[in-house]
Ligand binder design. Sequence first.
Ligand SMILES: [Zn+2]
Length: 428
Amino acid sequence: MLEVNGWRRRRRDAPLSGYQELCRELSGSGPGTFAELDSVGARSVLRRFSDAWFAAAKRRSAGDLSARFPRRRRGLVPVRWYHGTFTLDGRRVRIPTAKGTAPLWVRLARDVPYPAEQIRSVTLLCEGGRLFLDVTAEVPVAVYPPGQEPDPARVAGVDLGIIHPYAVAGPDGEGLLVSGRAIRAEHRMHLADTKARRRAVARRAPRPGQKGSRRWRQYRRRARLVEGRHRRRVRQAQHEAARSVVSWAVEQRVGVLHVGDPRGVLDIDAGRRHNLRLRQWQIGRLLQILTDKATLAGITVRLVDERGTSSTCPACHRRVPKPRGRTLSCPHCAFSGHRDLVAAASIATRVPGGGPTTPAAVVLPELVTHRRAGRHLPGAGRSRRDPRRPPRAARGSVGPRRPAPPPGGESLAPTARIHNTHRKPGER
Ligand SMILES: [Zn+2]
């Protein structure tokens, strides 16, 4: 595909990017074009290429010129097979290959968690140096005994955040706060580890275009493994966070979750560059995971505008300056409450697709359940403190011992050396 498009580009022809025209090209090129991949697998590569192409085109037309069209060769591309093309036999999956070649048998490390007849597709993908089989299944929505099913009249508001991935305000003054400090610490420590590792091998790094050594390849492999593990850890923690929200909602018999969508406020899709912390937040994924789990539990998720919910006093509806900590205190009416829960309570009263037309009474949570996401992360113990932060001196102590300052206020720091020999005296 890349070669054909490179060739067309040199001939100043329009590139092939639509899925249909790529498929036509594939059937025209005959067997063997995609080596041992069968036509289903080959088409899934075409689909992925086409999607990446149009995503890049969309972002570029929105003004983001950093978006690149897919032109890089990839060793491994995720390939999907649909129901009917593969066979599942216990822990073995038979994946079809091109005519005349032996079929591909994939051995799984554990059983597929769904009955074979519910599985709609499998995707073979490589992530962080490991091979995965991604399974899509049709799963029935949960059924409840009468009187315990989610009540569509009971609405809870959900505020998405970084420190608390989910803050939920229920209809009876009950609330839920899911803490994401462990996830944040994992991000931070991972970044620190990566930087340290990079610094350690920087002088062995081959120059661009130079062939890498075996040691360098091993380092790259190790970096990929660590990266994959980090991603899996964060994803697991995000799933746990969403799971605790949905379990809580089921307990409260909440039938509808109003989720404040911060993407409009933050302008995420308009191609603005964001800082690392905001990129790591992964709002889209948090929303997707929550929606999937809620749907499965029979709870409806509705996205509402969250504008102003964390900066408006719920008691007197006046604007409050953005609080620095977690507590929102109103200077007009002396109201005070947890900022994220206040926002969640206001979000619960919002209507999807419109502003607060009939401002329903904001019910503030009085009884708050606390849950922590990422309990499995290394170092996350039972304490509430950030588990990976270095231990502080004990409370009430004078702190770590430091040498007394030298007399005369002289600094202990090494004296600065200034290299300005290339300048002539007096030159600025
Ligand atoms: Zn107020």
